[in-house]
Structures are given as structure tokens and as C-alpha cells.
Design a protein around this ligand. Structure first.
Ligand code: DMJ
Length: 463
């Protein structure tokens, strides 16, 4: 495994994408996959057009609100008042796609209308990854100091979340009063904060943000079991586990992601050491072979004993993280499994029993993880197969989820019944990863950026 700070570790990305003359042909195990550069350019335009469809729907029906309800064409605000969730989450995608006019509109809306002086109990983790992350990447991409000022104000208001007896953050915090509550949290919500808070510290010169978020990450790691695994839930006041299931899915996933990325973005050796220890345990206990396919499932954190053959849309980020951190061979096999799961219904379910090949949770809230993994694998291997996979998924995504004004969550991947909901991460992540998969490699240079768990690109501009 390569373990080097950011600038060196991304040297692998120099692998050129293959420019094959023929058009896409996939999937067919017997035939080598080809995907021409011309075809990729057309697919990138297709993604941009779909993104614009959703953004224009938001502009027409939900401008100034958190989100668009894509079936009723009504606005939705998470907490009754808008925190501009969609524009903040989406602005860097517009910049990446070269949609300058749209990015300018979004930036002016944010800079002139967004205020965090509100008596609202907000979910700490979601606000950090969507809003703090979006403001910071927006600032780094535009140099608009108003975005950094908003980020600093938000970060300062969120800090009381860390004032628990353990330093593990409470789930909710009031933006005006600082009152924090919600004891039952998890590794993902405690450990997926350091890229955003750490960058805020580096850009403002105030170390408090880095210190608090790093302590939360370390406190999570310190509670790992004797065999090196973390569980699914803990109480932030006692620090005791309340659920000892261990896996790479919901409530744990991005804890692993940030152990690796905090090392690559900040060069923090503690993160490096925690990552090495954690990935060794993960690789020992999670993987399971079933009829020639590789999966990662659920085990007990204390014994390592398998408790469920469960995989799903969130777990599908794991191949990307494995590839990024150097384990391309395992990543390739797992991505094949993710894609097989997708193809069973033409869209992936939230949870899947890979032994029984049955859906166990049928919803699809338009998640990006499988596309994110396809992008990393394509960048690292140059294998056109991942672009061909992406094209299949893009076509399915549009076929089953597009509405008159945007894209709708599916209640069930089996029936394809839609729900009146479009998460902001569709614009922050899903379309960004689709676009990056097809766009020329120089569109976003992974030698210079680390993508947060919400796909906000952060750059190390400090020494
Ligand atoms: C996003 O908000 C983030 O990627 C988070 O880490 C996990 N889930 C969603 C997307 O599926």
C-alpha cells in the first residue's frame, strides 16, 4: 500500500485515460470494453444537460429554499427556514462543469441571502458536510471572501456541538444559542468532520476547528475493539457503544474515508497511523466471497463474527476508497459486485442480501457512491470499462428518476415508484461524479484536491 502525503500519493493519477477509437460496448465479458474519447465528450455533455435540468427546476420552483420537491414542484426547507442547502451544495459542481452564469447566480444568492443567525436546531453532521464543505470549496474556487466569512461564522456557531463529556459531538446544535443535544451518534457523524473544520482552521488561522474535529475522530478511533473494529452507534456522553455491528455502510462509512483523506490533505501522521490500523482490521473481517464474487458485509465489532450478508448503495463507496488508498485489485472486484447489484433491477437498492440476492431495503435516494467508485477506478486504471459502466448507470438513472423539473428518489427500485424528494447531494455529488467520469482528466486534478464525503473539492493552499 502506498502511504505518502497528498502531492506524492496522487502521482498515480498520471495514468492516461485510454483513447480508443470505437464507441462504447458494454457489458460483455468476452469483448474488451472500448469507450472513445468522442463518446466520453458526448456523455459529459449529457450529464451537464441533466444537471441543468435539475438546477433550472430548482430555480423555477424553489429559488431561495433548501430544496425542490421534484414531483409537486414545490419548495422544501429542512427546518422551516431556508439555509440554501441546494445552491451551497451545488455551486462547485457548476464551476467544475464550466457553468459560469449559473455559478454566479448561486454565489450572489448565497452571499446576499444566507444567514446563520437563526434559532434552529440543525443536524451537525449534515450541515458540516453540505454547507461548511460547500462554502469552503466555493471560496477556494472563486476567491470570494464572503463565502469564507460565512464558513467561519457557521463553524463558530457549530462548535458547541463538541462540548460533550467525551468530545464526541452531539447530533444537534442550535445555530443561535449553541444549545446542543442528541446523545446517540455514530462513527460517521463524529469522524467525518476534519476535512471541513481542518480546512477552516488552515484558511482562517484559528486552530480551534481542527482541534475539536480531530479530537472527535481520535475519540472514535480510541473506542475500537480489541480486534480493531468500530461499531454502529455510541452515546456521546458516556462514550459507550450502543450497537456493536461493524461494516462500511450507513453510520460508519465516511469515518474510514476521512482517516485516509485527513492524511492526504493535511499530512497528519496520526490520521495515517489510525488509517493503517483500521484498514488492516477492515480487510481482515469485512470481505466475504460468495460464488466467485467479493462483497463486504456486517460483522460483530468484538468477535469479528459475521452477522449479515448485507451490502447496499452506501457501501458502494468502498471500492473507490480502496482504489484511492492503493488496493486496486480488491477495488475492481468489489466494483463488479456493486454493478451486478445495480443491474439486477437497473438501479441499486439501499440494502441488499448478497447471499440471497434479495433486496432488504428497496429505496434509492439518488445516491452517488457507486459512480464515485467508478470515477476513481477509471482515473487510477485507465480502464474504459468504468466509463461504460457509468454510461449504463447514467441512462438508467435518467430513465427511472427524471421528472418534469428534476430527479426523484425512488421508493422502490423494484417498482420504480417515485417519491417527492430530491436530495441536494444529487447536485453536489451524483452529477459531479458522473461528469468527472466522462470529462477530460484535467477537469479536476486529484494531485491538487481532495474530495470531501459530499464531493466538495478542497485544496491544500497552506504550508
Ligand atoms: C452524502 O450526503 C454523503 O456522501 C454522506 O457521506 C453519505 N451519504 C450521502 C450520499 O449518499
Amino acid at each position: 500500500m502506498r502511504l505518502r502525503p497528498l502531492l506524492l500519493s496522487f502521482a498515480l493519477f498520471a495514468v492516461p485515460t485510454i483513447g480508443v477509437a470505437a464507441e462504447a460496448s458494454f457489458p460483455d465479458a468476452a469483448t474488451p470494453v472500448v469507450f472513445s474519447d468522442a463518446k466520453a465528450a458526448r456523455s459529459a455533455e449529457q450529464v451537464k444537460a441533466q444537471f441543468l435540468h435539475a438546477w433550472r427546476g430548482y430555480k423555477e420552483h424553489a429559488w431561495g429554499h433548501d430544496a425542490l420537491k421534484p414531483l409537486s414542484n414545490k419548495p422544501h426547507d429542512w427546518y422551516g427556514e431556508s439555509l440554501l442547502m441546494t445552491p451551497v451544495d451545488a455551486i462547485d459542481t457548476m464551476i467544475v462543469m464550466g457553468l459560469d452564469e449559473e455559478a454566479r447566480d448561486a454565489r450572489e444568492l448565497i452571499a446576499t441571502k444566507l444567514s446563520f443567525d437563526r434559532d434552529l436546531d440543525v443536524k451537525h453532521f449534515e450541515i458540516v458536510i453540505r454547507l461548511l464543505g460547500g462554502l469552503l470549496s466555493g471560496y477556494q474556487m472563486t476567491d470570494d471572501k464572503r463565502l469564507l466569512d460565512l464558513a467561519e461564522d457557521l463553524g463558530t456557531r457549530l462548535l458547541p456541538a463538541f462540548d460533550s463529556p467525551t468530545g464526541l459531538p452531539y447530533v444537534y446544535v442550535n445555530l443561535r444559542t449553541g444549545n446542543a443535544h442528541g446523545n446517540e451518534s455514530n462513527p460517521a457523524e463524529a469522524g467525518t468532520l476534519l476535512l471541513e473544520y481542518g480546512t477552516l482552521s488552515k484558511l482562517t488561522g484559528n486552530p480551534v476547528f481542527y482541534e475539536k474535529a480531530k479530537r472527535a475522530l481520535v475519540e472514535t478511533y480510541k473506542r475500537r475493539s480489541k480486534i480493531g473494529l468500530v461499531g454502529e452507534r455510541f452515546d456521546v456522553t458516556t462514550g459507550e457503544w450502543t450497537n456493536t455491528r461493524s461494516h462500511v455502510g450507513a453510520r460508519i462509512d465516511s469515518y474510514y474515508e476521512y482517516l485516509w483523506k485527513c492524511w492526504t490533505l493535511f499530512g497528519d501522521e496520526d490520521c495515517h497511523a489510525m488509517w493503517k490500523d483500521s484498514i488492516a482490521a477492515a480487510n481482515r473481517y469485512y470481505p466475504e466471497e460468495v460464488e466467485g464474487s467479493l462483497w463486504v458485509g456486517h460483522v460483530d465489532m468484538e468477535t469479528g463474527k459475521r452477522v449479515a450478508s448485507r451490502y447496499g448503495a452506501l457501501d458502494a463507496f468502498w471500492p473507490g476508497l480502496l482504489a484511492l488508498s492503493g488496493d486496486v485489485a480488491q477495488a475492481r472486484r468489489l466494483q463488479d459486485s456493486s454493478f451486478a447489484m445495480w443491474q439486477q433491477w437497473g438501479i441499486e437498492p439501499e440494502a441488499y442480501d448478497y447471499r440471497k440476492r434479495e433486496v432488504t431495503s428497496a429505496g434509492y435516494p439518488l445516491r452517488p457512491e457507486i459512480v464515485e467508485s467508478a470515477w476513481y477506478l477509471h482515473r487510477l486504471t485507465g480502464d474504459a470499462k468504468y466509463r461504460a459502466m457509468g454510461q449504463v448507470m447514467l441512462d438508467d438513472f435518467v430513465r427511472y428518476t427524471r421528472t418534469g423539473s428534476g430527479f426523484a428518489t425512488l421508493k422502490s427500485v423494484v417498482t420504480k415508484e417515485k417519491v417527492d424528494d430530491m436530495e441536494s447531494f444529487v447536485l453536489a455529488e451524483t452529477f459531479k461524479y458522473f461528469y468527472l467520469l466522462f470529462a477530460p482528466p484535467q477537469t479536476l486534478d486529484p494531485e491538487k484536491v481532495v474530495l470531501t464525503t459530499e464531493a466538495h473539492p478542497l485544496r491544500r493552499t497552506w504550508k
